[in-house]
Design a protein around this ligand. Structure first.
Ligand code: N01
Length: 535
């Protein structure tokens, strides 16, 4: 057994959040820190999600670190929405520029973490046999990193190839001449389907819940825009950090119901042409008023019916049962247009459920389909999946998975009662997935770094949030969600409803990133209200 290595902090995960946390602790506070990363490269979510068509839905000039002016000015994105390989290149560039690699242990999974009350330290072991004693344990595991492979009977009998989009092979998959099935029409499926359709002999899409999607209008960035984004970096950052969603545009302060139907239609039309999430930001009540939301939903459903030539297919795609943007709306490149191709067909598994996977394909209640390749675009055990998979045991041997049996309990999504000196970057109860992730990550890492600086300066051994603070925060998380239409979707991963048996609790904080930042800052200003420190 290897000797226990003494270190200030263990960080789990080498994506955006883990790398910025490492840099902050090491370079700003002068602490020793080690990142444990299961993959053989940095990148986190963007290391694993290599499926065809994978791109970010935040615009490239906002999907980057802003903590370093030099980095902002050095890096150049090529497209409006960056593709996965470019984002991975960026993350590798960051790792090299800030010399992070020596403090990142790749191919290393944290297998167990145990808090030791006597020393106020975390004892961490890895699957490579390393052991660490660390004052701080920081999870940077991402919100959408635990792939959800549904338990469909018969998968082991399938003689073709199958893949989950979140665990895509590095060598890629050649769909040429193949009969392909895609199960799932969330953001991932909607990105992958047009690209697979362009290659496959035939593509059959299995849709459970019809989904809204907005055109992304991908395009290379012009030299003028690149220059503008650099020259106005401070202004862009200010917009991102003072609005609800962390995007580089503000929500227009007008109700969808305060304008005439002609004017509203013209505004939606203009946004549709521009593409992206700005559509959702055209009015301020799309996510809070059902009536306002209906106007956006009707507009999109009419577009679907206009685009898709076969009326039966158009009907299956536009028969949407939830408010627009109450699930994270995908943005796409010719998604609905793809159903006009001769080699693409759509199966509603609401109408004809999948019964099983067979040796040669998929059998629904209606018939059997033959496939060479099945692609599961079936999402993630979101927000909590990766955290509870790790064997984390806090004070009094409190196990995280057991403690969260009825749903995650956190204060501000930053700390969990009973888990002293553990911080969860973009944990459940924080805005995270309801935002552009980058400003959410930077805000969390900066807050955690400041808290640790405070402890180091004051000679404090331990910080832990209280049960009371976590209960009060959960009430605020519920209140914020209930002020929106988000909880109206009963089959959303925001609620954990996509994972059989997972407790259904609305997990992200819907009060908006700017408001949340204020709450976090106020807690500090009030002497870290909701947190207790010990010498
Ligand atoms: O996952 P999802 P995703 N049988 O859970 C279906 C981010 N993201 O990977 O809706 C049959 O949204 C499921 O059906 P239903 C983004 O935040 C961002 O697509 O549960 N079908 C649904 O259609 C996004 O929201 C980007 O009824 C089953 C699909 O699979 C989040 O990741 C790109 C099933 C899963 O959709 C997750 O998106 C990609 C079953 N047993 C992802 N189980 C960008 O930045 C599930 N489904 C652009």
């Amino acid at each position: 057994m290897s000797a226990v290595q003494q270190i200030d902090a263990i960080i789990v995960g080498a994506g955006f959040s883990g790398m910025y946390q490492l840099l902050s602790l090491r370079d700003k506070l002068g602490l020793s820190a080690k990142v444990l990363e299961a993959a053989d490269g940095v990148g986190g979510t963007w290391y694993w999600n290599r499926y065809p068509g994978a791109r970010c839905d935040s615009e490239s000039h906002s999907y980057m670190f802003y903590f370093s002016k030099e980095l902002v000015h050095e890096w150049e994105w090529s497209e409006r929405y960056p593709q996965q390989p470019e984002i991975l290149r960026y993350l590798n560039y960051v790792a090299d520029k800030f010399k992070l690699r020596p403090d990142i242990a790749l191919n290393t999974r944290m297998s167990n973490a145990q808090y030791d009350e006597a020393t106020s330290r975390w004892l961490v072991s890895t699957d490579t046999g390393e052991r660490y004693s660390a004052k701080y344990l920081i999870t940077a595991v991402g919100c959408l990193s635990s792939a959800n492979l549904p338990k469909i009977e018969g998968l082991k009998d399938f003689t073709g190839q199958w893949y989950h989009t979140g665990l895509w092979p590095h060598a890629g998959v050649d769909f040429t001449g193949k009969r392909v099935a895609v199960i799932g029409t969330g953001s991932t499926g909607i990105q992958a389907i047009p690209v697979i359709a362009a290659q496959a002999a035939h593509l059959t899409v299995f849709q459970r819940t019809p989904n809204y999607s907005l055109p992304a209008r991908h395009a290379p960035l012009t030299p003028e825009f690149k220059q503008y984004a650099k020259a106005h970096a401070d202004d862009i950052y200010k917009i991102m950090t003072t609005n609800t969603n962390g995007h580089p545009f503000a929500i227009v302060d007008r109700s969808a119901l305060a304008v005439s139907s002609e004017e509203r239609e013209a505004i939606f039309e203009e946004q549709w042409k521009m593409g992206g999430f700005q559509f959702r930001a055209a009015f301020n009540d799309i996510l809070s008023s059902q009536e306002a939301n209906d106007t956006a939903a009707d507009f999109i459903c009419n577009k679907i019916r206009e685009i898709v030539k076969d009326p039966a297919t158009a009907e299956l795609l536009s028969d949407i049962d939830h408010p627009f943007a109450a699930k994270r709306p995908p943005i796409d490149a010719d998604y609905f247009e793809t159903y006009n191709r001769d080699n693409v067909s759509l199966v509603s598994i609401r109408q004809t459920p999948i019964e099983r996977i067979t040796a040669s394909g998929i059998k629904t209640s209606e018939r059997e389909y033959a496939f060479d390749i099945i692609v599961f675009a079936t999402g993630f055990d979101a927000m909590t999946g990766s955290l509870v998979k790790m064997d984390i045991n806090g004070r009094d041997k409190r196990n995280l998975k057991d403690y969260w049996q009825a749903g995650p309990r956190t204060y501000l999504g930053l700390q969990v009662p009973g888990f002293p000196n553990m911080f969860t970057i973009t944990g459940p109860g924080s805005p995270s997935v309801l935002c552009n992730m980058l400003p959410a990550i930077e805000q969390h890492v900066d807050w955690i770094t400041d808290c640790i600086r405070h402890m180091q300066q004051k000679g404090l051994d331990r910080v832990e949030t209280t049960e009371q603070a976590s209960q009060t925060w959960q009430q605020e998380v519920d209140r914020a969600a209930n002020a929106t239409l988000l909880p109206k979707v009963k089959h959303s991963w925001y609620l954990g409803a996509n994972i059989p048996g997972k407790p259904q609790v609305f997990m992200p904080y819907a009060g908006g990133l700017a408001h949340y930042r204020e709450i976090c800052n106020n807690a500090v200003a009030q002497g870290y209200k909701g947190f207790e420190f010990n010498h």
